[in-house]
Write a protein that binds this ligand. Structure first.
Ligand SMILES: NC(=O)c1ccc[n+]([C@@H]2O[C@H](COP(=O)([O-])OP(=O)(O)OC[C@H]3O[C@@H](n4cnc5c(N)ncnc54)[C@H](O)[C@@H]3O)[C@@H](O)[C@H]2O)c1
Ligand SMILES: [Zn+2]
Ligand SMILES: [Zn+2]
Length: 361
């Protein structure tokens, strides 16, 4: 059977998104059909719409979602109809080089659904991050469904499906922030603020939030920043050094992903410190740094895909911390919107007025 549902599509580079009728097939082997409850609007959706990720238009957008499994393929045993799930874009394969050495968080061969969702005329859709969740029902690989506690707010926990997990993981997993560390985070949108929350959770004692938008800095304080720097008004490298005894931070996280913010991160880090790039650059961007500085300053320069998370390990653990009141996921949900308001939500993302708009289906 084919399901006819409404979903949000980016048809061509830069064009406003449209609400389209989409055909979703029943799940085949290894697949699951999921009724979406909520889906957050992430900057990566905007990157897709603007052609910054690939040219495989049309895209079915949305990927930070909570849902309920409604059907599974014949061979699927890990999830069953009725299960509450958060969707992930790291359904690990179990037998690539990374999986074989016990580092499934780096899996090089993650799974998506095999069948395609299409427009009514048969045009195949590219699902954002292999998910596509601004839609009433979506088709994913069964491994993209992480079973979670049904007794937690769907809008809040769904954000673990991408941006909030990426930020938390950039601090906790990739950056390896420890008790007593100093941390600076450049860019305080959903991802950056999550990195601040992650640093706080890990016990960092100095947490510097950097943004060009004063509103974002206010919110960063609420989630654990001990200091803020408006980098439109002053040099963030100097300020971060001042706030860390003149040395720089142990871990600096670039949650913007531009050459200039990366350079700031590079020079705002203490000797032997760590830079984590979690913001996503566009294909035209290049970076120039004196190689002697790369060598001489030591430490490590890391990139963080999805916060180096393992969904089956990290989502339930973080939801448990949320329910214990130790991780404020509610703070990330600025507004709840309907499926026809995604374009407006992109506008608000630009204006800096929201951390996350979450579509309720
Ligand atoms: N690595 C991953 O797995 C992953 C996952 C999700 C999102 N992302 C990426 O993370 C980035 C941030 O996503 P988001 O949803 O938080 O976006 P967002 O638009 O909500 O936030 C971006 C923030 O950066 C600030 N900013 C912009 N230019 C700046 C500059 N020059 N200096 C300082 N601050 C600046 C903005 O004011 C804003 O607060 C995006 O590139 C997104 O694609 C990465
Ligand atoms: Zn693998
Ligand atoms: Zn995302």
């Amino acid at each position: 059977m084919v399901h006819k549902v409404k979903g949000v599509v980016a048809r061509s580079k830069g064009a406003p998104v449209t609400l389209e009728t989409i055909l979703v097939p029943d799940p085949g082997p290894g697949e699951a059909l999921v009724d979406i409850i909520t889906s957050g609007v992430c900057h990566t959706d905007l990157h897709y719409k603007l052609g910054g990720i690939s040219d495989d238009f049309p895209f079915l957008l949305g990927h930070e979602a909570t849902g309920v499994v409604s059907a599974v393929g014949p061979d699927v045993t890990d999830v069953a109809p009725g299960d509450r799930v958060v969707l992930n874009w790291r359904a690990v394969c179990g037998n690539c080089r990374a999986c074989n050495r016990g580092e499934a968080q780096y899996c090089f061969n993650t799974h998506n659904a095999t069948q395609k969702m299409t427009l009514e005329d048969g045009t195949e859709l590219s699902a954002a991050l292999g998910i596509g969740a601004f839609i009433e029902k979506t088709l994913v690989a069964a491994g993209q469904c992480t079973k979670v506690d049904p007794d937690a707010d769907a809008a809040a926990i769904g954000l673990l499906g991408c941006g909030v997990m990426a930020g938390l993981g950039a601090a906790i997993n990739t950056g390896g922030v420890k008790r007593g560390d100093s941390v600076a985070v450049i860019g305080c949108g959903g991802v950056g603020v999550a990195a601040i929350a992650g640093a706080a959770l890990a016990g960092a004692t100095t947490i510097v939030a950097v943004d060009i938008d004063a509103k974002k800095l206010e919110r960063a304080k609420e989630l654990g920043a001990t200091h803020t720097v408006d980098s439109s008004a002053s040099d963030p490298v100097e300020k971060i050094r001042e706030l860390t005894g003149g040395f720089g931070a142990d871990v600096v996280i670039d949650a913007v992903g531009r050459p200039e913010t990366y350079k700031q991160a590079f020079y705002a880090r203490d000797l032997a410190g760590t830079v984590v790039l979690v913001g996503v650059p566009t294909p035209d961007m290049t970076l120039e740094l004196p190689l002697l500085d790369v060598f001489g300053r030591g430490g490590s320069l890391k990139s963080s895909w999805y916060g180096d998370c393992l969904p089956s390990r990290d989502f339930p653990m973080l939801i448990s911390l949320y329910k214990q009141g130790k991780l404020d996921l509610d703070a990330f949900v600025t507004e709840r919107i309907t499926i026809d308001q995604v374009e407006e939500a992109f506008g608000k993302m630009h204006s800096g007025s929201v951390l996350r708009s979450v579509v309720e289906l």
